[in-house]
Design a protein. Structure first.
Length: 183
């Protein structure tokens, strides 16, 4: 997993908890890398799970809630770090419909070693989008947080429902997104 994801995670922990919490979870997690991340480095994704689990133990928050919050935060950081991906993008569902073929395709060019999930558009209408997420890394909660960050960025009210389609080596999850009528 790219170092940028780790540095953003630790920045969020410093902001929302404290610098001491960052040190504590790095100690607890017993990381092969020692926790000294650079944005351009690549580290085992298991270190992210270990850090988030350590934070969950030390805070009263579940791993799911932490990954959701981190996903929302991370999307906001992507908006700042990768402005070119947002040029000409006006709504969340169109943006998310292009996650595989446009956004992550560009990410793959920038970081050939990136371990990205696979997203398939199962169906699409003006006001809805069904995406299937598949990844051996089981970051479906992070995916939900990123989607919620995307809704917030575009200022849209969108209902999100999820269903697990398969566990095992690769986790498969269906996300059904529906734009809510505006009052
Ligand atoms: C401008 C927007 C985005 C950028 C620049 C971006 C970039 C990245 C990068 C750099 C990684 C790390 C890859 C690695 O560590 O090797 C990643 C992982 C991931 N991205 Fe994106 N991403 C964006 C939007 C999204 C959105 C909107 C979603 C959800 C629909 C998403 C879902 C994920 C997930 C779930 C992972 C974790 C890896 C996994 O599950 O296997 N990303 N992305």
């Amino acid at each position: 997993m790219k170092g940028v994801v780790f540095t953003e995670f630790l920045d969020m922990v410093a902001d929302r908890f404290s610098a001491d919490m960052v040190d504590d979870i790095i100690d607890d997690a017993q990381l092969p890398s020692g926790g000294a991340y650079t944005a351009v480095g690549t580290y085992p994704h298991s270190e992210m799970v270990a850090l988030a689990s350590a934070l969950s133990r030390r805070s009263s928050l579940s791993l799911r809630d932490l990954l959701l919050a981190f996903g929302e935060h991370l999307f906001g950081r992507f908006v700042v770090a990768y402005p070119a991906f947002f040029t000409g993008q006006h709504d969340a569902l169109s943006f998310l419909a292009g996650i595989e073929d446009i956004i992550h395709a560009e990410v793959r060019k920038l970081y050939p070693e990136a371990e990205l999930p696979r997203f398939v558009v199962e169906s699409r209408s003006t006001d809805s989008l069904t995406l299937i997420y598949a990844s051996g890394r089981h970051f479906e909660d992070l995916a939900e947080g990123l989607m919620r960050g995307c809704f917030r960025h575009f200022g849209e009210a969108i209902d999100l429902q999820r269903a697990c389609l398969g566990e095992g080596d690769a986790r498969t999850e269906r996300f059904v997104l529906r734009r809510l009528p505006t009052a």
